[in-house]
Write a protein that binds this ligand. Structure first.
Ligand code: IPE
Ligand code: IPE
Ligand code: MG
Length: 236
């Protein structure tokens, strides 16, 4: 991928894994007197731009919060529109598999989805598994559901006591390190059940920018802000 201009930041080993709570699609549409679905369509375009840009500046692992275990509370038309956009994204990713370097992994309970979508997810995960840039898509994901699922998995394997490493290994994210930085767009300062276990020492960045408005230039600013922070992990 060629960048039109040199990015303002270069990424090093301090920022291996970035995560996004992609919030604000509905408000973005409302501001334009358009249905919420229109905001999700625009958000899906931003998602592609931001993923590509993060890869271009050298971030090797990205996690996005696409649909939470609580988002089922929304009207069926909106849920269907979001799931259709995701299904379209998987089709695109599959079609362009040779030109991109993205490994797709879905975080969350897939059993709830119709068999066609489940098969599609399994297939794209499988064919992309040797690619270098990791993109985790949290779909029907909730941090509490994940921790509960991990406990049940460990108990089913006969464990009566567990350590932190056991739990980390039983999470949907067992294939990658914890995120270094979690960014939430849309102005709200909360986690909304995202990566509860993994966020223990993540840096948090909140921006008022609505997700569809997020641009690569703001990623430069966010990354620069991250590099200005001192992570102590409880030390001094
Ligand atoms: C985030 O945008 C996308 C999903 C939750 C799928 P929202 O749809 O929550 O947008 P707002 O927060 O209502 O503006
Ligand atoms: C978080 O956004 C979930 C995703 C971005 C997928 P929400 O819009 O669902 O969060 P709340 O309801 O404002 O906490
Ligand atoms: Mg929201």
């Amino acid at each position: 991928m060629f960048l039109k201009k040199k990015p303002a930041v270069t990424v090093d080993a301090r920022l291996k894994h970035i995560a996004f709570i992609m919030d604000g699609n509905g408000r973005w549409a409302k501001k334009r007197s358009m249905p919420r679905e229109y905001g999700h369509i625009s958000g899906a375009k931003t998602f592609k731009t931001i993923i590509r840009y993060c890869g271009d500046i050298g971030i090797r692992m990205i996690t996005v919060y696409a649909f939470s275990t609580e988002n089922w509370k929304r009207p069926k038309e909106e849920v269907d529109a979001i799931l259709k956009l995701l299904s379209d994204y998987i089709d695109d990713a599959e079609a362009s598999m040779d030109e991109n370097n993205i490994r797709l992994v879905f975080l969350g309970d897939k059993s709830i989805f119709p068999p066609e979508l489940r098969d599609k997810i399994d297939h794209v995960e499988n064919i992309s598994k040797d690619k270098e840039l990791l993109l985790n898509i949290a779909l029907n994901y909730g941090g509490r559901a994940e921790i509960t699922h991990a406990c049940n998995t460990l108990m089913a394997s006969g464990r009566t006591s567990v350590c932190e490493e056991d739990l980390s290994a039983a999470m949907y994210t067992s294939h990658c390190p914890d995120p270094d930085l979690i960014v939430r767009t849309g102005g709200d300062k909360r986690i909304s059940n995202f990566l509860l276990w993994q966020a223990a020492y993540a840096e948090l960045y909140f921006t008022d920018t609505l997700w569809p408005d997020l641009k690569p230039a703001e990623i430069d600013k966010i990354v620069a802000d991250f590099y200005g922070r001192k992570r102590r992990f409880g030390g001094i």
